[in-house]
Write a protein that binds this ligand. Structure first.
Ligand SMILES: Nc1ncnc2c1ncn2[C@@H]1O[C@H](COP(=O)(O)OP(=O)(O)OP(=O)(O)O)[C@@H](O)[C@H]1O
Ligand SMILES: [Mg+2]
Length: 322
């Protein structure tokens, strides 16, 4: 069952000084099935957080649609929109900033339930106990303050707090980027548990394909406001289609020698172009090893075949995808 369907979403920011427009999400389409983990990857500034924030209602799209759990959210009046988004929760990248420094973790978690109308302290304590178990946290943390926890514990507290809203979808913005390798594994395990035990769908946002590859069923690769490729994580990693995806996967150290042999070593040249003046045609063409004149002429349409989707002139109607 499709839980979230984002179609042709456009989010723009206008520079106050110059009046120029930055199209941070450019006709973005994305599908998430119930109980599925999906990766969203790309370089800094490509629009990952803007897309996540638009889904939860922290940015206001210019056009497009967001259908969550069968409800077309953007067509609703404001109060009904908030209600429709109750079961989507956003986990911010900076867990320290997301928590009130003077408040104990226990008080923060009780407060989250009080806001949701749970008046009975015992019922709250029981619910918090369940959520701590689901996020692999010990009840000893309840009397502590955010600074007294490790980064991995804090991140899991933020996940625990979000879970109190009984979400169907969690959008996790770079949940493990700031953690070292062992803590990353802890937090990733929590995501896998939540999917398996509670059936929560999760969007994992990351710069790095390596971080999301293992946990995600599907991966979406974003470049300058566009999703340039999307597909099952294994297939996308083994045979990336878009030259940008190839560059991202080439940066990952190989594990499977068979995959390695077939991978082109594409090295990403240059910087991301200014989002206020993106290149004509395909926005990746200024850094693309395969660019030709036709890439400047028009933006490539998305070619969809066998569960994969790619926006690149290399894959025209007659070319095979796999
Ligand atoms: N509130 C805002 N006002 C103006 N411009 C913004 C705002 N938020 C984001 N942008 C711009 O929108 C574009 C996308 O930003 P966004 O934060 O979504 O990128 P990102 O992929 O999440 O990057 P990072 O990996 O660094 O978090 C960037 O060009 C950014 O400068
Ligand atoms: Mg971001």
């Amino acid at each position: 069952m499709t839980l979230l369907k984002v179609s042709d979403l456009v989010v723009e920011f206008q520079d106050a000084a110059t009046g120029r427009i930055n199209r941070a999400c450019n006709q973005v389409s994305l599908d998430i099935e119930a109980g599925e983990i999906v990766g969203l990857v790309g370089e800094s500034g490509c629009g990952k957080s803007t897309l996540g924030r638009a889904i939860v209602g922290l940015e206001h799209p210019k056009s497009g649609s967001i259908v969550f759990d069968g409800v077309d959210i953007l067509s609703l009046p404001a109060a009904a929109r908030r209600q429709a988004r109750r079961r989507v929760q956003y986990i911010f990248q900076d867990s320290l900033a997301a928590l009130e420094p003077r408040q104990t973790i226990g008080s923060a978690l009780h407060e989250a339930l009080i806001i949701r109308g749970e008046r009975n302290p015992r019922a709250r304590a029981a619910r918090i106990g369940e959520i701590l178990a689901a996020t692999n946290l010990n009840s000893g943390i309840l009397t502590r303050r955010p600074r007294e926890l490790s980064g991995g514990q804090r991140q899991r507290v933020c996940i625990a707090r979000a879970l109190l809203a009984e979400p169907k979808l969690l959008i996790c913005d770079e949940p493990v980027s700031s953690l070292d390798t062992s803590l990353r594994a802890q937090v990733m395990n929590v995501f896998l548990n939540l999917r398996d035990e509670l059936g929560v769908a999760i969007v994992l946002i990351a710069h790095d394909l390596a971080l999301v590859r293992q946990a995600s069923a599907r991966v979406n690769v974003m470049y300058l406001g566009r999703i340039v490729e999307s597909g099952p994580s294994g297939a996308l990693y083994a045979q990336p289609l878009h030259p940008y995806s190839r560059a991202l996967t080439a940066a990952i150290l190989g594990i499977d020698p068979e995959v390695e042999r077939h991978r082109e070593q594409t090295v990403l040249k240059g910087d991301l172009p200014s989002p206020f003046a993106p290149p004509s045609g395909c926005s990746f063409r200024t850094r693309c090893p395969d660019a030709s004149d036709r890439c400047a002429a028009a933006e490539p349409a998305a070619l969809v075949r066998e569960g994969r989707s790619v926006r690149c002139k290399l894959y025209d109607e007659t070319a095979a995808v796999n």
